[in-house]
Write a protein of this length. Structure first.
Lengths: 345, 414
């Protein structure tokens, strides 16, 4: 008797799978994208789920690029409604979106995140310029005669005589990470600009300029320590020589374990990042599909909640999580744009 | 030929090497367990603060004859905050009040609501409740107020002062953390729990078990007992063995393309998770089932054929029951592997923040190892012990499954 049931069960399973595939009314918001925005997005999602009758949005941490790939794959319930990003959307990504029918996208800026270079607490604090960072970590550095040579700096003292005679050892995220992109763009490139002749190549040969300014050395001075910022903090605790690269929110949580280096003479504090004087800070965004605003219940309210004073405003609950809110005038301007759901042109 | 003494010495050497190997692996295991338990036990203990809340009717905005629905809608947030303010004698400004509220956990208002709803007769009086503290207070309390913990804590000096006063007046205690076992994922460590992940894992494993049992065992029986031995079956065998060694993320990619892309199944659903995990465990189940079937003595088959049994009768009446212990062990080991996988789930969207425990196969769900991975990546310090706690829960489940394999094996061998 028991055996007779087997084919029935298999058919039943197959049928139910087919049924599920067809009936697909989604009533929760789906969010993908940057792992840097993830901690903020999830907090808003949780509050939203608790305080409204809507379900808690589902947030996936796919990385900024991966998020846009999913986001731009089309319109409809099978695709995400929101994509988080630790950089602005690229024109190539907008085109990709348009090709797949995602015409109108609303861009929302939520605030800033700082990237810090830190070493274990209790040691002497580093004071670096972006030029030092470039010279210490670039793959090729200027040789002084208008050409390039492979980077052979062994200690920080080789880079800048004012720095301590300690081995260059920097733990940072791998190239797939948005933090790494931002680090290359903000720290390395601004150090790179200290050399006039490199600046000049920017106009003529943009590819070469990028290669010079963004390439990180691969001889062991820069150690790829994975995407997990907690791990980098722990490694710094164990390895007194090393400096680590990670996001400001992790510094905020681990002030007793690590200390941030001064960048261009500025301390990595909340205030300095907010007013723009700290050099390595980046804006955080999320993008919403306009076509989904009416189709997915609660999406409109979610966006409003995210930009509310309570959440991403000054002294909002995201500030407690390490987000650096925008200042008054800038915030007003964005708020105006977002609450009218103006789409990206 | 070496002499007796030399041969004895050789044996002695081998024994010692074997013992040393065991000792090394045991010490690794012990180190792993001690460090996990050492960090993880804290996840099962939480700190609670006793506050007196004023639940008299005008205070909570209700009138005589209220329903339980009205009672659920009371603004418990302000009730909790009033209770917190009553704890300190001085009048506080807005900013200072905020730091005071920071002692209480993020879920306190919901905890209070549930407690009041469970015993509505407290309404109308001033009642005392133990409510979960914030994660920072929890960590500080568990570490004990030493100089080291004072340096490590994120509490401000003022908060530490309040904490000490509360501690002195017996308003702070530690208790077993049920929330950790009954709650779903949250971004507030004091509210976060593994229940949502356990349910997700359970659904996914159920689907996986169903599929890999039927498909895997039937495939193994057909290949072993019915199929002709030719190039085709050899080709199949090589491919199945190959698939068993393929990195598991490959199955996730396959699932993304077929189940999500082609069939249009929902993203992050435990149904799809189970199907992908089934793809991954199928080769293991097929191989171990075939080995179990091969181990059944040929004389059994010959005897059955001898008295006139058909092929199907021979296989299902005699061979399969004898091979059952081996087949079951294979299935359970496959399931245990599936329980610990995250890589294939990544591609189909199960590695996500999901704050509601799933109630059906098609709802968004995560899984236990996914929860471990997500918490390990969280900036909040208190998630470190939650991570280790979730690993402990996962280990307990794995232990139970392996125990079940042993018990079933014993039972069927009789």
């Amino acid at each position: 008797m028991k055996r007779a049931n087997t084919p029935v069960l298999i058919i039943a399973t197959a049928l139910s799978i087919a049924a599920v595939g067809q009936a697909l009314a989604r009533d929760e918001i789906r969010i993908v994208g940057s792992s840097t925005v993830y901690p903020f997005s999830t907090v808003v999602a949780e509050r939203f789920g608790r305080s409204t009758s809507h379900k808690t949005p589902v947030v996936e941490s796919t990385g900024t690029g991966g998020g846009f790939k999913l986001f731009c794959s089309g319109v409809g319930e099978g695709t995400p409604d929101v994509s988080n990003a630790s950089r602005a959307i690229k024109s190539s990504e907008i085109e990709d979106c348009k090709e797949n029918g995602v015409q109108d996208i609303v861009e929302v800026k939520i605030g800033y995140d700082g990237i810090v270079l830190a070493n274990a607490a209790g040691l002497s604090q580093y004071s670096l310029t972006t030029k030092d960072i470039f010279l210490a970590l670039a793959k090729d550095v200027p040789d002084g005669n208008g050409g390039l040579k492979p980077n052979d700096a062994k200690t920080w003292k080789d880079v800048n005589p004012a720095l301590p005679d300690a081995k260059i050892e920097v733990l940072g995220p791998p190239p797939t990470s948005g933090t790494r992109d931002a680090f290359a763009e903000l720290a390395m490139e601004s150090g790179c600009k200290a050399f006039d002749w490199i600046m000049e190549t920017k106009a003529g040969d943009k590819k070469r300029y990028q290669a010079i300014c963004h390439s990180v050395r691969e001889d062991g001075a820069y150690v790829e320590a994975g995407e997990n910022d907690n791990l980098i903090v722990q490694k710094l605790d164990a390895n007194k020589n090393a400096l680590g690269i990670f996001g400001f929110s992790f510094l905020d949580q681990n002030m007793d374990k690590v200390q941030a280096s001064l960048i261009n003479g500025t301390d990595a504090t909340f205030e300095n990042i907010a007013d723009g004087s700290y050099a390595i800070a980046r804006p955080l965004y999320f993008y919403v599909k306009k076509a989904h605003l009416d189709a997915i219940p609660g999406l409109r309210e979610f966006v409003v909640e995210f930009v509310s004073e309570d959440a991403s405003g000054e002294e909002g609950y995201l500030e407690e999580r390490g987000l650096i809110p925008m200042g008054g005038a800038e915030r007003e301007e964005w708020l105006n744009n977002v609450l009218n759901f103006n789409s990206l042109s | 030929m070496p002499g007796v003494v030399e041969r004895h010495r050789g044996e002695e050497r081998f024994r010692r090497l074997g013992l040393a190997a065991i000792a090394v692996s045991m010490s690794f295991l012990a180190f792993f367990l001690i460090s996990i338990i050492g960090t993880g036990y804290g996840a099962f203990i939480q700190t609670a603060i006793k506050i007196d809340v004023d639940l008299t009717l005008p205070e909570i905005g209700l009138e005589e004859g209220f329903t339980s629905e009205d009672l659920a809608k009371v603004r418990y947030r302000s009730v909790v905050r009033a209770g917190m303010r009553a704890l300190v004698p001085e009048d506080l400004g807005r900013r200072e009040s905020r730091t005071l509220y920071g002692l209480m956990g993020a879920g306190a208002e919901f905890e209070l609501r549930d407690k009041v709803l469970a015993q509505p007769d407290v309404v109308g009086s001033v009642a005392s409740f133990w409510l979960t503290s914030s994660d920072d207070v929890d960590l500080y309390n568990k570490a004990g107020s030493t100089e080291a913990s004072e340096q490590q804590t994120r509490l401000t000096a003022k908060q530490i002062e309040w904490y000490s006063e509360l501690k002195a007046s017996d308003r702070i205690k530690t208790r077993f953390n049920w929330t950790f076992l009954t709650g779903a994922d949250s971004r507030d460590p004091e509210v976060a729990g593994v229940w949502g992940a356990i349910v997700g894992s359970f659904f996914a494993l159920g689907v996986c078990l169903l599929l890999s049992c039927f498909v895997g065992v039937l495939a193994a029986i057909y290949l072993e007992e019915f199929a002709a031995r030719n190039r085709w079956t050899q080709f199949l065998e090589v491919n199945i063995n190959n698939l068993a060694a393929v990195p598991s993320i490959t199955f996730g990619l396959l699932g993304l393309a077929i189940f999500l892309g082609f069939f249009g199944l929902p993203r992050s659903a435990s149904l799809v998770g189970g199907m992908v995990l089934a793809l991954m465990t199928l080769p293991t189940v097929i191989i171990s089932s075939r080995v179990a079937l091969q181990a059944v003595a040929p004389s059994i088959r010959e005897a059955a054929f001898g008295i006139g049994a058909s092929r199907v009768q021979t296989v299902f009446h005699h061979v399969v029951p004898l091979a059952m212990p081996g087949i079951l062990t294979g299935i359970i080991i496959g399931m245990a592997r599936a329980l610990g996988e995250t890589a294939p789930l990544l591609m189909i969207g199960m590695v996500a923040f999901i704050a509601d425990a799933p109630t059906g196969l098609t709802q968004p769900a995560s899984a236990l190892p996914v929860q471990v991975y997500l918490w390990a990546d969280s900036p909040e310090r208190a998630f470190a012990e939650k991570t280790a706690g979730a690993i402990l829960v996962l280990l307990v489940f794995l232990l139970l499954m392996n125990l079940m394999a042993v018990i079933l094996r014993r039972k069927f061998e009789k």
